[in-house]
Design a binder for this molecule. Structure first.
Ligand SMILES: [Zn+2]
Length: 260
């Protein structure tokens, strides 16, 4: 499921290939249960250009200073594909932005949990959604307050988009694995040093994934992601990777070195 680094890679794809091109129209795939802009909303974008992109947590935006903005949420399995007319279009296409000339931008979504919306103002949208600060932007003190101040499980705190926007199941497990913290430890029981360590781990891990454009094969071999199954050997301590349910989510961890 796409998290902050995967959403950022998708945002970058728009920034690198789709800016300053006039939108000529849209085509829709066979649409069922996918939340897409209405015809009237789509019409507002025709004739305009995307001149900038933004991302907050897992939320992607493309638009211009005065709006409106196209907002994309990748959901469980969505992705963005850029191609040129004449190339084979992607499967599971839900909405395609047709730019003047050959360029096309497609939102594909096999499992149909993502959405595309038109929003007037990005900051207003983020506030109305109740999203916390972006996980790559949050400072030490704010992180200590929102995560360290939580009485529930630390993994659940990291996943709560209202506290911190952008961290999901995969990268919360990776950060806890790196810092030796058990996923169900009460966040408020962790000392300030451990909370600061966790903050650095979250940003370092997601920064690294962004640097590699979310290509997991380029991530270091001793990361949990390459060994993320029950019974796998732990490359850090030789222990055994185990899974347990924390706050309704599956947490992979190594009980031999995640002891805090
Ligand atoms: Zn271990």
């Amino acid at each position: 499921m796409p998290e902050l680094p995967e959403a950022d890679a998708a945002r970058r794809r728009i920034a690198d290939t789709c800016l300053h091109r006039t939108i000529a129209g849209f085509t829709l795939g066979e649409v069922t249960h996918v939340d897409l802009p209405s015809e009237a909303e789509r019409a507002r974008l025709i004739g305009t250009q995307f001149s900038q992109t933004r991302r907050h947590g897992k939320y992607i935006f493309a638009g211009s200073k005065d709006g409106p903005w196209m907002h994309i949420h990748l959901g469980m399995s969505g992705s963005l594909r850029v191609y040129d007319d004449g190339d084979t279009p992607p499967d599971y296409a839900r909405l395609t932005v047709v730019f003047e000339g050959d360029r096309r931008l497609t939102f594909r979504d096999p499992r149909k949990f993502g959405h595309v919306k038109i929003v007037e103002d990005v900051d207003d949208f983020i506030a109305a959604k109740g999203l916390g600060p972006d996980a790559m932007q949050i400072g030490d003190n704010a992180f200590a307050q929102v995560i360290g101040g939580t009485r529930g499980a630390v993994k659940s705190a990291l996943l709560d988009q209202g506290k911190l926007a952008g961290v999901g199941n995969l990268w919360s497990d990776e950060a806890l694995y790196r810092t030796g913290i058990m996923p169900d430890t009460k966040a408020s029981d962790l000392g300030s040093d451990r909370i600061a360590h966790l903050h650095r781990a979250v940003q370092d891990i997601m920064g690294h994934v962004m640097e590699k454009n979310a290509d997991y094969s380029q991530l270091p071999r001793d990361w949990l992601i390459h060994n993320r199954e029950a019974g796998a050997g732990c490359p850090r301590c030789g222990g055994t990777i185990t899974k347990k349910t924390v706050g309704g989510r599956t947490a992979y961890h190594c009980p031999d070195h995640q002891t805090a």
